[in-house]
Design a protein around this ligand. Structure first.
Ligand code: FE2
Length: 446
């Protein structure tokens, strides 16, 4: 006879206490609190035949989007597949999703977790894996709509409701519905102040609306709740650093880099992304970031040939440009080009965005601003194809604006600046660019 988890989803395992323990691990993951992996490993040590625990572990490693975890992903997928005969339909879909991801078909993996979420709308974890997958695939509207599909099945009486609201808030934000996003995000955060994803959704709204002072304030005041034991704090502090930059406080941003963003030792790709993206912005604005690039570049260099996820590679390129490691830059571009001719989701991402993104950043590093713009300008329109958030992909706009000014191209500089001012008119960063652009000579084409 089937047993059920706390949200009523069928689980094909005999021990209710193991199922209850796995529920706790699900909720740790939903809140980004330490440590769902350790909790799952402890369950599996006692219950090695618990197929849902293996499938959950596989999903966690898959959605880390880091080749460094692939061996563990293989272990979990293999273990889950070996037990698939005992799994119910829901669990079998989880296993197929993780297998698709492992085989490089990220789109299929996300679709399959999404199918679980449709069939079992109160399956918090399938929704989260699909949601995070939507993020890594840059599916801005699916970040909202996949959650909207299941919302009618949730209310405050269902455990974990706040997590669903937090996901919905982030999806609304990525879809540009800022007022509703903020409302849902703040409600989710009030329901659970340890919910890092809910705080994150609010931070994104403040970022997209140029409310930098409020951002510093909100994340500063709430950090005491979401930061302790968080596996995601580095990213929220990255957001806080962006707010500091946009309040003319580069020193505050550098301190956050040193004390918070780097606190985990840049042990995983997701942390390295934030380190690169922060230093890149500071350096573009002319701030001296000292030796900070070296550690990042060293750690990225161990991943240059992994061909796993080109969003990582583009951020690796920033560190290689920051350290002027031209041989490594060439190696990375060759690797991304090689992957572009292959199969799977990452190959598509490499072709459409990764190759021109890496070429454009490398050209910027060589001071070839015209070539950098040639590569990066067309990427702007489709950059979502290689994943991330609007806030992360904003680095293309930053780089293009700075490149146009350094090139001395008044028309381009004015265009990029106008675009930035249209959504962040008060930003001191944008205003400084506008002032520099205004000093360039007008040259009319034709
Ligand atoms: Fe973010």
């Amino acid at each position: 006879m089937s047993k059920f988890d706390k949200r009523g989803n069928p689980v094909s395992y005999h021990s209710q206490s193991a199922i209850d323990d796995l529920d706790k691990a699900f909720e740790l993951l939903a809140a980004y609190q330490a440590d769902p992996m350790a909790a799952t490993d402890a369950i599996l040590a006692e219950h090695p035949d618990f197929v849902m625990a293996h499938a959950f572990r596989a999903g966690m490693f898959a959605t880390a989007t880091d080749k460094a975890f692939e061996a563990e992903l293989i272990k979990s997928v293999t273990a889950a597949e070996a037990l698939a005969g005992k799994a119910n339909g829901r669990e079998q879909l989880y296993i197929k999703a993780a297998r698709a991801w492992l085989d490089g078909d990220f789109e299929r993996g996300v679709e399959l977790w999404g199918r679980v979420s449709i069939a079992y709308p109160r399956d918090l974890t399938a929704l989260q894996f699909a949601h995070v997958g939507d993020f890594f695939l840059g599916y801005s509207h699916m970040l909202r709509d996949r959650v909207a599909r299941v919302l009618p099945h949730w209310d405050r009486g269902v455990p974990g409701y706040g997590f669903v609201l937090g996901m919905y808030a982030f999806g609304l934000e990525e879809a540009g519905e800022y007022a509703l996003a903020e409302e849902n995000g703040r409600e989710a955060y009030a329901l659970n102040p340890q919910d890092g994803w809910a705080a994150h959704a609010v931070a994104h709204v403040l970022e997209m609306q140029g409310r930098a002072k409020e951002g510093v304030d909100f994340l500063g005041k709430t950090a005491g709740q979401w930061a302790p034991n968080s596996l995601f704090a580095y990213h929220l502090f990255w957001h806080k650093a962006l707010f500091h930059i946009d309040t003319n406080d580069a020193g505050g941003a550098l301190n956050l880099h040193d004390e918070k963003v780097s606190a985990g030792g840049f042990g995983q790709a997701l942390e390295l992304l934030d380190g690169s993206a922060l230093l890149w912005r500071l350096q573009l604005l002319g701030h001296d970031v000292g030796e900070r690039w070296n550690d990042l570049a060293d750690k990225w260099e161990t991943r240059l040939d992994d061909g796993y996820y080109v969003f990582n590679d583009a951020n690796a390129m920033m560190a290689l440009v920051g350290t002027q490691r031209t041989d490594a830059q060439k190696r990375l571009i060759a690797s991304v080009k090689r992957r572009a001719s292959g199969q799977g989701t990452n190959a598509m991402m490499c072709r459409e965005v990764g190759v021109p993104a890496c070429e454009g950043l490398a050209a910027f590093g060589r001071g070839d601003y015209a070539l950098s713009i040639e590569f990066l300008s067309p990427v702007r329109a489709k950059a979502n194809r290689f994943g991330g958030s609007h806030a992360q992909r904003d680095m293309f706009s930053w780089t293009l604006t700075e490149a146009a000014i350094r090139l001395g191209d008044r028309a381009l500089a004015d265009a990029f600046v106008a675009e930035r001012l249209s959504w962040k008119p008060e930003s001191p960063v944008n205003r400084a660019w506008a002032a520099r652009a205004a000093t360039l000579k007008q040259v009319r084409a034709g």
